[in-house]
Design a protein around this ligand. Structure first.
Ligand code: FNR
Length: 434
């Protein structure tokens, strides 16, 4: 363990240092997006130049459904990271979140590390950020101050029980948050999203929240940056070790939440390239979000951040062209197959029923023309049955993926992209074969 900072700002500094310094993604769900295979269209009715990734979200027009996830602010030096991210998203017509603003509510002298985001991105979509373990104890004026500090378009409340349990200065007590949510939504003055930070959101939780005034979810699933790992590295003991890969993987969390809710969903947690983002949208996300892959570039320059985001956007357009989607609406109708552990998850959680070995037949049901049925049971084999738009998943029966030689997924291209994003370098052909 390094020198542990126990002040809020010092803790933020530790997070950045550890996230920049080492591997903070446990292997278990690292390759979950490889288990989502989109059905290729060999005869697309689309020209690459016509693919339109733009969407409207939270009152803003985004050039693509892509955000930079909440990371930092609250300490001298973090303003540079936030400024570089903000300049990049402003120029590219995207959006971003800031890290928890509690340090600035406690010490107004560091407000500038957050304010700089709106200064550098006057038009971009910006998300304010407060912690679930303390937001419901705050005065309405403090919540509004966080929103006004960056002229936010929405407020994210982060849910991080695992982190609170593991971090030496944690506050692992969320009692009272759920019943306060409607009041917080009224007080915030902007739409409020609930954001997990690496453990995902289940369908049971989303169902319970369906009637709340919460605008939507940032599912923050497992498989990306793990705060159990980050906080574990700040400790002297092995307390966090068994929980490094705790949580609902992002792919599964998307299917879970979309199966019970039609509220907007931000997909985050382990997205590492534009194809992961495209897959997230097919699975039901409204917008995709990446955090740590942008951190290293953001310590350098806005140009470096832009280079990564431009590559991700191009990969999104490539993925859309390959499934014959001219726009994001068409993309959502894409068919897909789940493999391995994600297929098993979907089945065990009742998101699909087992497809029969042969004779999958389309059933003209009230569930949308894409719904499949199992003639044996008469049950629909769709994901998200109440959402025909997304209810187009096809599932392989009994499929087992081939062994992975490197134990880290089957796609060398994915690795090249991941490494490239992490390094902030553009992807080129030679990377593919590293
Ligand atoms: C984060 N994340 C985060 N989330 C949040 O809601 N408030 C915060 O203050 C922070 N701080 C933070 C710092 C650092 C250094 C990182 C890398 C991340 C979590 C982040 O928004 C996201 O949910 C996770 O990192 C998962 O996405 P990636 O990194 O796997 O793309």
């Amino acid at each position: 363990m390094g020198d542990l900072n126990s002040s809020v700002a010092g803790r933020k500094r530790d997070h950045i240092r550890i996230a920049l310094g080492g591997d903070v993604v446990p292997p278990r769900f690292r390759d979950q997006f490889d288990e989502v295979v989109l059905i290729h269209e060999a005869l697309p009715e689309v020209s690459f130049s016509d693919v339109d990734t733009s969407i409207d979200f939270l009152g803003k027009k985004l050039s693509a459904p892509l955000l930079v996830g909440a990371m930092t602010g609250g300490e001298a030096g973090t303003d540079i990271i936030n400024a570089n991210l903000a300049e990049a998203v402003e120029e590219l017509g995207l959006g971003m979140g800031v890290g928890s603003q509690r340090p600035a509510l406690m010490d107004p002298s560091v407000e500038y590390t957050f304010r700089i985001v709106r200064d550098r991105a006057p038009k971009a979509l910006l998300l304010a950020n407060l912690g679930g373990s303390n937001v419901f104890k705050m005065k309405p004026s403090e919540i509004r101050r966080a929103v006004e500090m960056i002229g936010a378009d929405a407020l994210e409340i982060h849910l991080n029980m695992l982190q609170e349990l593991v971090q030496p200065e944690g506050e692992p007590d969320f009692r009272g948050l759920e019943e306060s949510l409607d009041a917080i939504c009224d007080e915030a003055g902007v739409p409020v999203l609930l954001k997990e930070t690496g453990s995902g959101i289940s369908m049971e939780t989303a169902k319970r929240l369906e009637d709340k005034k919460v605008f939507g979810y940032d599912i923050g699933g497992a498989g990306g940056t793990s705060f159990a790992v980050i906080e574990g590295k700040r400790r002297d003991d092995d307390l966090a070790l068994p929980f490094f890969d705790w949580g609902i993987p992002t792919v599964a969390s998307l299917l879970e939440v979309r199966s019970v809710s039609d509220k907007p969903i931000i997909a985050s947690g382990g997205l590492r390239n534009g194809l992961d983002a495209v897959k997230s949208l097919v699975l039901g996300a409204t917008v995709a979000s990446m955090a740590r892959p942008l951190l290293r570039p953001a310590t350098r320059s806005s140009e470096d951040v832009k280079r990564v985001l431009i590559t991700v956007q191009k990969q999104m357009r490539m993925g859309m062209a390959l499934v014959n989607a001219r726009n994001v609406g068409e993309l959502r109708k894409t068919k897909y197959v789940l493999l391995g552990s994600m297929e098993s998850w979907a089945r065990q959680r009742g998101l699909v029923t087992s497809a029969p070995r042969r004779g999958l037949a389309r059933k003209k049901s009230g569930l949308g023309s894409g719904a499949l049925s199992d003639p044996g049971s008469g049950k629909c084999t769709t994901v998200a049955q109440s959402f025909p738009d997304f209810a187009l998943g096809y599932f392989a029966y009994g499929y087992r993926p081939p062994p992975r030689p490197e134990g880290r997924g089957s796609s060398s291209f994915r690795h090249a992209v991941t490494a490239s994003c992490a390094n902030g370098k553009p992807i080129n052909k030679s990377d593919k074969f590293k």
